[in-house]
Each structure stands twice: as C-alpha cells, then as structure tokens.
Design a protein around this ligand. Sequence first.
Ligand code: EPU
Length: 362
Amino acid sequence: MQHQSNTHTSVNPIPDFDLSKHNTLALPSKAEYFCRYKSISELLNLLAYANKEKLNIKILGGGSNMIVQPEVKGLVIQSAMTDVVKLSENDDSVIYAVDAGLTWHDWVLKSIKFCAYGLENLALIPGTVGASPVQNIGAYGVEVCQAIEEVRGIQISTGQWMSFSREQCDFSYRDSIFKKQFKNDFLITQVIFKLSKVFRPQTSYAPLKQMAEQFLSTTNVDANENAKSLSAQQVADWVINVRNSKLPDPQIIPNAGSFFTNPIIEKPQVDELLKQFPTMPVYPVANSTGKLVKVAAGWLIDQCGWKGKSLGLAKMHDQQALVLTLKPGASQQDLLSIQQAVQADVMNKFGIQLRPEPQPFY
Ligand code: EPU
C-alpha cells in the first residue's frame, strides 16, 4: 500500500522496508515506512504526512553508527540531497554549505579538490555529512567540530527551522547537543564548514607521523620546506591506507567502526591502574584541566583476550579489538551477547565500564 499526500509534491513512503542493506552491521530490520527526499519541499511534505498519519519520524544517515532493532516503527527518512555551495571566502578561509545527504568521504575528497583544507585526516569515515556533527566524528588527531561553523535543520517536534553555531552545538569527544537535548528531535539538513586555504598537515598521530617522516626523508627538500612539500591528498591517502589496514570494509565484513567509545575516567583511578598496567595507552581530555583521562578501549579489550575472538556469529576484529564484526545471519542478540561479554570482562579486569558508540535505532 502506498500513500499519497494531498499537498503539492506527492510523497510515497514504502511500507515494510528492509533496512538490512541500510545499516553497516547488516542487522535484520524492517521499517514500518521508509522514504528518501530529494528536495526541501519533499522533506516538508514528508513531515506534514507523518504528522497527519501520526507516524514518528526516524532519521537515517549512512546507517554506519547505529544498532538497528528488528522493527523500526514510524516513518524512516533519508536525505538524498548532496549539493555543495560556496557561501563566502577571504584570503585565509572559505565557507561551504553542504547538504546532509552527501557521503562524508565524498565531501572530504571534494574539499581537497577545492583546495579547502582541514578534513583530510577524516578521510574514509563511513556515513553522511548530516551525521558528522551528531557524534562529532574524529580520527587521527582531528575532530569535525574544528571545521564546523554552523549546523542547520528542522526541530521535529515543533517543525521550526533552527541553526546552531559551533558553540551552541556543545561539541565534545564523540558528543554534541544532537545526542543530548535534541536527541532524536533534530533533522540536520545542512552543515556549514569553514576550511583553510592554507594546508597545515596534522600528523601528530603516531602512524601518520611515521609515514610523514619516512616520506620527507626520501624527498629532496630543504628542512624548512618540508611541511610545504606534503599535500593534503598525500595525508588523506595515508589515512586511507591506515584505516584499510586496521578497519574492516563494512561492504565485506559487517561492522560499525569502533563499537565502544574510549572511556573517560578520573585521573586517580587511571594512576592506580597505571601502577598495575604501565603500558596502558592514555590520552589527555581537552578542557578537563588534567582531571580526566581517556583510556584506549581497544587496548583494554585486547588485554582481555578478545582480539580476533568470536562468540556465536559475532567477533571482535583481528586487527583492532575495538571493532565488533558480524557474520552472515547474525542477529541483534548475537551483537548483544558479545557486547555484554566484552563489557563484563573489561569491568572485571580494569573496573571500567565500556559504552557502545553506535546508537540504538528503533
Ligand atoms: N590497541 C591495542 N589493541 C587493539 C586496538 C588498539 O592495543 O586491538 C591500542 C593501540 O596500539 C593504541 C591504542 O590502543 O595504542 C589506540 O588505538 P588506535 O590508535 O587504533 O585508536 P582507537 O583509540 O582505538 C580511535 C577512534 C577511531 C579512530 C582512531 C584513530 C574512538 C572510539 N575510536 O580509535 O575512530 O579511527 O582513534 O584516530 O575514539 C570510529 O569511531 O569508528 C573510529 C574508527
């Protein structure tokens, strides 16, 4: 059964829509209704339709950071809008408005082609531009919030257009206002990025540093010119290589990237643990004045013997213990069983509670 709205542009939500190919964990799932929108007027009609039919709106991005449940009630909508518009520029920087439906990696590659820099370390992160601010995606020493100027969209409960400045987004490690006060109540339509016209390589992350040093030692340039001789595409290619060597391709092995966030714990607890486990990798937490420390969840899981270990149809990845992978036919229960077993072992050995990074979608 297909529905028609009586407004100007028709909307055709598909009932009983199979979401298994729309989530990177390939979990079996059916949406009550599903529809993609190609324009703002189609989106507004979908929202009006959902309101009229009393269907909850559920927003799907690239499906790379969610644990979809077997049944998703309501109307699942997905942006098919992918425009990139230059808004302004000056001598140092350039501002682009990017539609939420554009694939994140495509936007990274485009920005490099435009000679607009700051996103190259975030190459190959799965998902869409619209999802990027929600969990403040980050990798290799860079977080997307550093490049975000503004986030625009519609509050679902009120239908109001809203805009959030970077400060209002309340970004922190894998977190933002869109996971707190506005959780499930804000539909991001566009993200505004401020990028630099000057490329400043960010190669502090150990594997990138190694590659940069190796590259620069083989290029015949003056030491002062070293940084200049690195290109943004070069850094993006290294990131792509590192990711490909550690992280499984979700098209081949279902996964959602890091399955747990790196836990943030109080300094005294970390100091105690470091006495017992001196090689435990720890990182400072910005704006915590040294009181909080981030611990590498992958290392904790690895130490508990879970790297490459399976439980039922789920497995912690051989190259990176933080990545939970699923085998064909795996269910939500397989995922939950291994999640809980890993959490219990890490709690027993280190007294640390691991929290999943992907959000439930139901
Ligand atoms: N480690 C192990 N064993 C493992 C995995 C990691 O000992 O199986 C150790 C590593 O040797 C290293 C430390 O743990 O000393 C950290 O590992 P890594 O550098 O691989 O980074 P991560 O903290 O595990 C985070 C992000 C990744 C991002 C990388 C690189 C989170 C939850 N994950 O992983 O993001 O790519 O840093 O910046 O913050 C994602 O969010 O989906 C994701 C892939």
